[in-house]
Design a protein around this ligand. Structure first.
Ligand code: F6P
Length: 342
């Protein structure tokens, strides 16, 4: 009898999830598996919300943004009887294993299900934030930064016409990878990331210098930067994360810059536009590779692992290693970015 494998995608969506689902299914068929797609992340397996997942379902999804399985930020460990329901449904749907695609939260749940309840899980890393340890890159990052670079360049056009300073606020949560890559790749004049205490005086001085030289300025700021002036928002998701968009980092920065420099300044928040759209080539290939590797791990019975990109190889690593600490921007990268700040 063929082995039944459950698949779910949890947390914030990102481009590359559909290629990864396709990778799992196409390779799983080689191993003789059949699949159950759980909808809406962990909510789907708690509540038994499923959809078919076979060859015809994944035939033409490689180019699609979002996730065909839909997602949510549900944490079974925070829901009354949530874990019990997951275990019951695991049995009810006759699952041999579950492939969970997600970031630190979704994979954190997978880690606990494996270590505390011996559930056969394999993780596939995804997040536009690129903040997962144990893997060099996560799919979703390349596409979302590509979109943000395009936005930054558009802002530069209008900044130039009006002799303004523009501030672009990007996502990325508590890691500055998205802001850093966006800023470097769009030749921004200043980049603010959560890992570095902002030096607002120095930034404003620099903006005055560049504005005098080229008649405009561009600042790229991560939503997670701590200016000490952001609007306080206590709203939290199921995993206890503060919802950062309420802090209005970009808007606060624009008014600080205008006050301190006298330069007309506007801000824009790219927000969820960064999370949509067709995955880039890099994200398609990484999604497909990690999906295939996850199906192979299930076939080998190598559970409690996540597939990770190390150099140019996709390798298994213990889930625990991947979810223990956040991968933040190290000092070398800050130094590299400074080369372009003249
Ligand atoms: O983790 C991905 C991410 O896009 C973060 O960069 C951002 O802070 C958060 O999700 C936004 O979450 P939501 O989609 O729940 O508003």
């Amino acid at each position: 009898m063929s082995k039944v494998i459950g698949v779910l995608t949890g947390g914030g969506d990102c481009p590359g999830l559909n290629p990864a689902i396709r990778g799992v299914v196409m390779r799983g068929l080689d191993h003789g598996f059949t699949f159950v797609g759980f909808q809406d992340g962990w909510k789907g397996i708690i509540e038994g919300i499923t959809r078919p997942l076979g060859l015809t379902d994944v035939e033409d999804i490689v180019k699609l943004g979002g996730t065909m399985l839909r997602t949510s930020r549900t944490n079974p460990f925070k829901r009354e009887g949530g874990v019990q329901k997951v275990l019951e449904n695991f049995k009810k749907f006759n699952l041999h294993a579950l492939i969970a695609m997600g970031g630190e939260d979704t994979l954190g749940v997978a880690t606990k299900l494996f270590s505390e309840h011996k559930v056969n899980v394999v993780g596939v890393p995804k997040t536009m934030d690129n903040d997962l340890s144990a893997t060099d890159f996560t799919f979703g990052f390349d596409t979302s930064v590509t979109v943000a670079v395009d936005a930054a360049e558009r802002l530069k056009d209008t900044a130039k016409s009006h002799s303004r300073v523009m501030v672009l606020e990007v996502m990325g949560r508590h890691a500055g990878w998205v802001a850093l890559y966006t800023g470097i790749a769009s030749a921004a004049d200043w980049i603010l990331i959560p890992e570095e205490k902002p030096n607002l005086e120095k930034m404003c001085q620099h903006l005055k210098t560049v504005h005098a030289r080229k008649g405009m300025g561009l600042v790229v700021a991560s939503e997670g930067v701590n200016l000490g002036t952001e609007g306080q928002s206590d709203a939290k998701d199921d995993f206890g994360h503060t919802i950062l968009k309420g802090r209005a980092v970009g808007e606060s920065l624009a008014s600080i810059i205008e006050k301190k420099t006298g330069l007309e300044t506007r801000s824009a928040v790219i927000g969820h536009i960064q999370r949509g759209g067709s995955p880039t080539l890099f994200d398609r290939i990484l999604g497909l590779r990690t999906g295939v590797a996850a199906a192979d791990l299930v076939a080998k019975g190598d559970f409690g692992k996540m597939v990770a990109l190390r150099g140019n190889e996709v390798v298994p690593v213990p889930l625990k290693e991947a979810t223990g600490t956040l991968k933040t921007v190290p000092a070398e990268w800050v130094k590299f970015a400074e080369v372009f700040s003249k």
